[in-house]
Design a protein around this ligand. Structure first.
Ligand code: TUI
Length: 309
C-alpha cells in the first residue's frame, strides 16, 4: 500500500478524503490525516477567512499533511488561491473548473498541485503544465460531476499522462480500491463513506439518509442546465427534476436550491436539503471512526491484491 502517492505526500495510506463543501472541515480532515490518509478541507463557496481559519484549526489537531480543495466556481476562489500559497498548505486540489493560472505561484511555494479532472483533455492539459498528480473523478461521485464513469475515465487518464492518478467516484470499500489499482490508479479518493464517520460533523439526518440509501436512491439534478449535481433523492430533487424537464431555466432553479446544501448539512432538512452523496451510498451501512474506515478499506484491498480473495 506504499505507493508513489504516499512517497510524494508523506502519508501512510494512499487514501484521500474528498473535499466535500460544508462537510470537510477541521474535525474530519484532521481525523483522516491522523489515521494516515490525506484529509482535505473543502473551501466550497465559503469566504477566504473561513478557510484560513479551518487551516489553522486543522493544524492544531494534526501535524500530518493535509490539503485544501478549491471549488473554482466559488466567488472567493481567487482569494483562496492566494491565501493557500501564503499559508503554504501541503496540497491543493481544485475542482469544478480549471486552476492553471495559479500553478506557478503554488509551485514556487512548494505546494503539491493535484487538480480534479473529469476528462482526458483536462488531464493532459494540466499534466503539461507540471502538476504533481491528478484526481480522475467519475460521475458516480456526489456533488458536481462530469460525464464519464470512473471505470472508463481512470484507465484513459492513466494512459494519457505520465504522472500519478488518484481514482475517485464510486469507491467505498477495499474492493473499490483494488479495482481502482487494477485500472492503473495509485491512490483513491473517498467522499461518501466519510459522511458517516464519527468525526464528520454533518446533521444526523444526513448520516441516516446515507446509511438508509439503496442503490437506486442517487439522482442527478441539473442534467438539462449544464450543471449536473448528484444527490440523494428527496422531495426537493423530485420537484427540481420535474421543473427542469418542463423547461424551467437554470436561474429559476438556482433560486429553489439556494442554500440547500447548508439545509442538509446543518439543519438536516429531509425535504428541502441537498444531500450530496455518491452512487456508492447504497453500500454504506455502518458508522465508524475515520481510522476504522481507512484501516478496513486498506486491509480489504491488500488482501484482494495479494491473494485475489
Ligand atoms: O467539484 C467537484 N464536486 C463538487 S463541488 C461542489 S459545491 C457545488 N455546490 C452547488 C453546485 C455546484 C457545486 C459539490 N461537488 N468535483 C470535482 C469536479 N470537477 N467534478 C467535475 C469537475 C470538473 C468539471 C469541468 C473540472 C473541470 C472542468 O472543466 C474545466 C475546464 O475549464 O475545462
Amino acid at each position: 500500500m506504499n505507493t508513489n502517492i504516499c512517497e510524494m505526500l508523506n502519508i501512510k495510506y494512499p487514501i484521500f478524503q474528498g473535499g466535500m463543501a460544508w462537510v470537510a472541515e477541521h474535525n474530519l480532515v484532521s481525523a483522516v490525516s491522523n489515521a494516515g490518509g490525506l484529509g482535505i478541507i473543502a473551501a466550497g463557496g465559503a469566504p477566504v477567512e473561513y478557510v484560513r481559519d479551518e487551516i489553522r484549526k486543522t493544524r492544531e489537531l494534526t501535524d500530518k499533511p493535509f490539503g485544501v480543495n478549491i471549488m473554482m466556481l466559488s466567488p472567493s476562489a481567487e482569494e483562496i488561491a492566494y491565501m493557500v500559497a501564503e499559508e503554504r498548505v501541503n496540497v491543493v486540489t481544485t475542482g469544478a473548473g480549471n486552476s492553471e493560472k495559479y500553478f506557478e505561484m503554488w509551485k514556487k511555494k512548494g505546494i503539491k498541485i493535484i487538480p480534479v479532472v473529469a476528462s482526458v483533455a483536462l488531464a493532459k492539459r494540466v499534466a503539461k503544465r507540471g502538476v504533481d498528480a491528478v484526481i480522475a473523478e467519475g460521475c458516480e461521485s456526489g456533488g458536481h460531476i462530469g460525464n464519464a464513469t470512473t471505470m472508463t475515465l481512470v484507465p484513459q487518464v492513466v494512459d494519457a499522462i505520465d504522472i500519478p492518478v488518484i481514482a475517485a467516484g464510486g469507491i467505498g470499500d477495499g474492493r473499490g480500491m483494488a479495482a481502482a489499482f487494477m485500472l492503473g490508479a495509485t491512490a483513491i479518493q473517498v467522499g461518501t463513506r466519510f459522511l458517516v464517520a464519527d468525526e464528520c460533523i454533518i446533521h444526523d439526518n444526513y448520516k441516516e439518509k446515507v446509511i438508509n440509501a439503496k442503490d437506486i436512491d442517487s439522482v442527478v439534478t441539473g442534467t438539462t442546465t449544464g450543471h449536473p449535481v448528484r444527490v440523494l433523492r428527496n422531495k426537493m430533487t423530485k420537484e427540481y427534476i420535474r421543473l427542469e424537464h418542463n423547461g424551467v431555466g437554470y436561474e429559476e432553479l438556482e433560486k429553489m436550491t439556494l442554500g440547500s446544501l447548508r439545509k442538509a448539512v446543518i439543519d438536516g432538512d429531509r425535504d428541502n436539503g441537498s444531500f450530496m452523496a455518491g452512487q456508492i451510498a447504497g453500500l454504506i451501512s455502518k458508522r465508524q471512526s475515520c481510522e476504522q474506515i481507512i484501516t478496513e478499506i486498506v486491509s480489504e484491498a491488500d488482501k484482494l491484491l495479494t491473494n485475489g480473495d
